[in-house]
Design a protein around this ligand. Structure first.
Ligand code: NAD
Length: 459
């Protein structure tokens, strides 16, 4: 059923944007402050909703979602004025006198479409960037995590300027209808499949897009590192949110005989973190829905089971699972796993590991556990990925100065901190030259040999 309110909602926000209501920096700062209040006062409710939708532990929800966005909001508030300051740039001699600078101007009305896996972080962090740049924003959270989506909608209506921020709940139909409207930027986080649909719908309006997608992020493990510590970090990054993390290590490539020891340490790490019965651990999340559960359960028979394997459809539970001796051509290696199943491939050399990485599309992140600078250099120059983490997965997201985004099939564009200012604003070039003295005489026809000489010399 078409939603008659959608075009009216977008038109209302656009009218508000066009009267200039969202442009003043004090308004932007007040909205960021309100967003901070939303997170502080609504944090517990959001954590409860995340527990209901995904079985997330409150501590994990605060670490990876609520406080995560809180830090992003604080950083934007703190640096906004300096990040927005016009940037002077050099004016070449033949255009002197004159001054040149770049202004950051808002884009207009921005659409943010979020996924289910970090439904708070991945809607509110882009929202913060878009508001900081003085845009009006429509947010469409994922329908899959419906309790979180409803809580977000209510809190956003309560805390934020309703003339500048609208929340549209609903699934693909609502998103498709929204995409029929003209936006000035579409910021999408989700699967590559839907990313294509979003990009092509946005192209109809020549609307630029940021696509935050997924992929198979490898974790390469070399000999010569503390394998127990490496296993703990891999297990932490993989099994948080039951593996439903876009930057989770998707699979491990064990180089030069590290496999067997790593298998042992990964099993140990899982036991340390979630106990002998992860199903009973309050810290272990659930798979989002039956469809995702069925897809993941199909991978459990591949390779040799190292640990885990237990599952229960009714509770959407899949144990943290490690599989060894996995065939690189098997189904679990053909697509992003996006669940708590960790295959280990064993290879002899770093070159073979690199070949394995290059046989897939460019991932959102590449991780390597290594003690060698030569390995760092080879990986940085021979592979391409949204980000690289040496000796730690996932945590690069928490470094405010690092842009977060993919490359190739893992996405286009980036955000977080200063990068959000670049994403959600236009870099407007301004050149300001006094009319007199008219130093441009030399470039006006008719050209003479003298004029040509001067022109070419000054350039
Ligand atoms: P999804 O692509 O199924 O859905 C994402 C959003 O798109 C939802 O809001 C959904 O309602 C909407 N949508 C679905 N069909 C649509 C259509 N036909 N037209 C327009 N919109 C539509 O993704 P998901 O299952 O929610 O999330 C998992 C995927 O997201 C994984 O691939 C993961 O790697 C990726 N992801 C990426 C990042 C990142 O920052 N790069 C973060 C989290 C998740």
């Amino acid at each position: 059923m078409p939603n008659a309110n959608l075009p009216a909602t977008v038109a209302r926000l656009r009218a508000h944007y066009e009267i200039g209501a969202t442009k003043p920096v004090p308004w932007r700062l007040s909205q960021l402050k309100a967003l901070g209040n939303l997170l502080r006062e609504g944090g517990d409710e959001l954590a409860e909703a995340l527990r209901a939708d995904l079985g997330k532990a409150a501590a994990e929800s605060f670490l990876t979602e609520i406080d995560f966005v809180g830090a992003e909001v604080r950083s934007l508030r703190k640096h906004l004025r300096s990040w927005l300051r016009p940037k002077r740039t050099h004016t070449p001699p033949y255009l002197q006198p004159g001054k040149s600078y770049v202004l950051r101007e808002p884009l207009g009305v921005v659409l943010v479409i979020g996924p289910f896996n970090y439904p708070v972080q991945l809607t509110l962090a882009p929202l913060a960037g878009a508001l900081a740049c003085g845009n009006a924003v429509v947010v469409k959270p994922s329908e899959t995590t419906s309790r979180t989506s409803a809580t977000l909608a209510r809190l956003m209506r309560e805390f934020l300027d309703p003339d500048a921020v609208a929340v549209v709940e609903g699934g693909p139909e609502a998103a498709a209808e929204l995409l029929e409207q003209r936006f000035d930027h579409v910021f999408f986080t989700g699967s590559s499949r839907v990313g294509r649909i979003v990009a092509s719908a946005a192209a109809e309006h020549l609307t630029p897009v940021t696509l935050e997608l997924g992929g198979k992020s490898p974790a390469i493990v070399e000999p010569g590192v503390d394998l127990a510590a490496a296993a703990r970090r891999i297990a932490w990054g993989k099994f948080m949110n039951a593996g439903q993390t876009c930057v989770a290590p998707d699979y491990v490539i064990a180089v030069d005989g590290t496999g067997p020891e790593l298998e042992h340490h990964l099993s140990e790490a899982v036991r340390e973190m979630y106990g002998h019965a992860p199903a009973d651990s309050p810290d272990y999340a659930r798979i989002v829905d039956e469809r995702a559960f069925d897809r993941l359960a199909g991978f459990l028979d591949e390779g040799r089971l190292v640990c885990g394997g237990g599952h229960n459809r009714e509770e959407r539970y899949i144990a943290p699972t490690v599989l060894a001796d996995v065939d690189p051509k098997s189904p679990v290696m053909a697509e992003e796993i996006f669940g708590p199943i960790l295959p280990i491939l064993s290879v002899g050399t770093l070159d073979e590991a690199i070949e394995q990485v290059l046989s897939h599309e460019k991932p959102l992140a590449l991780y390597a556990f290594t003690a060698a600078d030569s390995t760092r250099r080879r990986l940085l120059t021979r592979t391409s990925s949204g980000a690289v983490g040496f000796n730690i997965p996932v945590a690069h997201l928490d470094v405010p100065g690092l842009p977060f985004g993919g490359v190739g099939h893992s996405g286009m564009g980036a955000y977080h901190g200063k990068q959000s200012i670049e994403t959600f604003s236009h870099a407007k070039a301004v050149f300001d030259k006094p009319l007199m003295p008219d130093t441009m005489q030399v470039v006006y026809p008719p050209f003479t040999a003298v004029k040509e000489k001067i022109m070419r010399k000054l350039r």
